[in-house]
Design a protein around this ligand. Structure first.
Ligand code: CTP
Ligand code: MG
Length: 180
């Protein structure tokens, strides 16, 4: 029971987990805020770029397409019926994750935190909350079918753990400037 909840939660959230990591690798170029400030502080900062956001969103959607292709064999192998992603759900998960991260940067700048500063709690949950909200709005039927209360609870518990883990690894191998 808990095993199938975890499997469903992980699978359903993969298109939301990958975009931020791809943005780290693909980011750069023109910042979304164009260098603009608000009350003397950058609106978003140089860490939120058009290229990173587009690449991250595209990567999440492509990953969902790939997961759909192997859904049958993986579901059979683990004995759990895993979700397939319609395009609008895949987009909502990936783009929602990117927007949550962007919204977090907006809040960090308003509270005087420089680019790269940590904001415990917000850093770990910004993207997952936004991905869930976007999906609930853009793909309500699909959301209702797969994101039961149990799955949502598992997502909220395992996401911070996975996020901290992958960022520590990305920092250790030198692709990220800070371990958060
Ligand atoms: N990135 C990007 N576009 C995004 C998100 C991330 O280009 N929408 C890239 C940037 O190169 C960024 C890196 O990924 O520096 C790491 O992302 P993140 O930790 O979210 O940004 P920070 O640089 O730490 O800035 P912030 O304090 O605003 O989070
Ligand atoms: Mg950061």
């Amino acid at each position: 029971m808990i095993g199938s909840l975890v499997a469903t939660a992980l699978w359903a959230m993969l298109p939301a987990y990958v975009p931020n990591n791809v943005a780290v690798l693909a980011g750069g170029g023109r910042p979304i805020d164009g260098g603009r400030t608000w009350n003397g502080k950058r609106v978003l900062g140089d860490g939120k770029t058009w290229r990173g956001t587009a690449a991250g969103t595209l990567a999440g959607v492509l990953l969902a397409v790939g997961l759909n292709a192997v859904n049958g064999s993986v579901s059979a192998a683990i004995g759990v019926e895993l979700p397939t992603f319609p395009y609008h759900a895949a987009f909502a998960l990936a783009f929602g994750a990117m927007c949550g991260d962007i919204a977090a940067s907006f809040l960090k700048r308003r509270s005087g935190r420089e680019r790269g500063a940590s904001f415990p709690g917000l850093d770990q949950l910004d993207f997952v909350v936004a991905a869930l909200v976007f999906t609930r709005v853009i793909a309500p039927d699909w959301f209702g079918e797969w994101f039961t209360l149990g799955v949502i609870a598992v997502v909220l518990v395992i996401t911070p753990v996975l996020h901290v883990g992958t960022n520590v690894i990305a920092f250790a191998i030198g692709v990220k400037n800070e371990p958060w």
